[in-house]
Design a protein around this ligand. Structure first.
Ligand code: AMP
Length: 235
């Protein structure tokens, strides 16, 4: 699927770097929305259509925590508290990730950017063609997050009530039998994560909307309907 739109960059930034970006032909998509909106689920569903790899800063941080790297050790205290990890940590992670060969044509960001400084850094790194905002009311988020689990093998996302595996204990996607739940997917942390979203992340909506690349999708519906609307927005 061609995802070609006029490229938009931060008006507050010099154009030198972004011209280089145009020359490389990179165009990325941002999946935006509160925690538990279904960004990861939808990223997996649209990856083939977009041809862009999913880049989830949350997944990258969790991998760093598991590996016990200095970044992981630094990030863990913020993640456990449901707070945002400092911008420079995130921006450095993204700058490294974007150098990977699979990111040549752009990527599909999931959970990034989450602050104005991150969005500004992103404008220097790649052109954003679409920001897909998956919107779910706060009162639905706690239930959605607290029942969530993923396949430990392929990362497919499930939910105790809303999307259980078809066969008990077996992943529908890869047949794996091991599943995991995130340490921060609990009722206490989710309130802090929502607060961080409203205070630090949601202001980006106006910024992207003013550029004409912001697409609002109702995320409180059947997964298929949401996927269809996202693919329509990307046409
Ligand atoms: P997520 O998997 O996107 O829900 O992220 C889980 C946690 O990782 C968040 O609650 C933050 O602590 C941290 N995190 C992920 N992405 C970012 C980001 N772009 N900026 C700051 N913190 C982040």
């Amino acid at each position: 699927m061609a995802i070609l739109r006029p490229s938009v960059v931060s008006p507050t930034r010099p154009t030198v770097k972004t011209e280089a970006v145009y020359a490389r032909g990179m165009e990325s998509i941002v999946l935006f929305g509160p925690p538990g909106a279904g960004k990861g689920t939808q990223a997996q569903r649209i990856m083939d259509s977009t041809g862009l790899p999913q880049v989830s800063t949350g997944d990258m941080l969790r991998a760093a925590v598991s590996a016990g790297t200095p970044t992981g050790i630094e990030a863990k205290k913020y993640m456990d508290a449901g707070q945002l990890v400092p911008d420079q940590v995130i921006i450095d992670l993204i700058k490294d990730r974007i150098k990977e060969p699979d990111a040549k044509k752009g990527v599909m960001f999931d959970g990034f950017p989450r602050t104005v400084p991150q969005a500004e850094a992103l404008a220097d790194i790649t052109t954003v063609s679409h920001v897909i905002s998956i919107e779910v009311p706060d009162e639905r988020i706690v239930d959605r997050i607290c029942g969530r689990y993923t396949c430990a093998v392929c990362g497919a996302v499930y939910h105790d009530s809303f999307k259980p595996t078809s066969k008990d204990g077996t992943c529908d996607s890869c047949g794996g039998n091991e599943f995991k739940r995130r340490a921060d997917d609990n009722a206490e942390t989710v309130m802090s994560r929502l607060e961080a979203y409203h205070n630090q992340t949601s202001p980006l909506a106006d910024w992207y909307d003013s550029k004409g690349i912001f697409h609002v999708i109702n995320g409180d519906r059947a997964i298929n309907l949401i996927t269809n609307d996202i693919l329509d927005a990307l046409k």
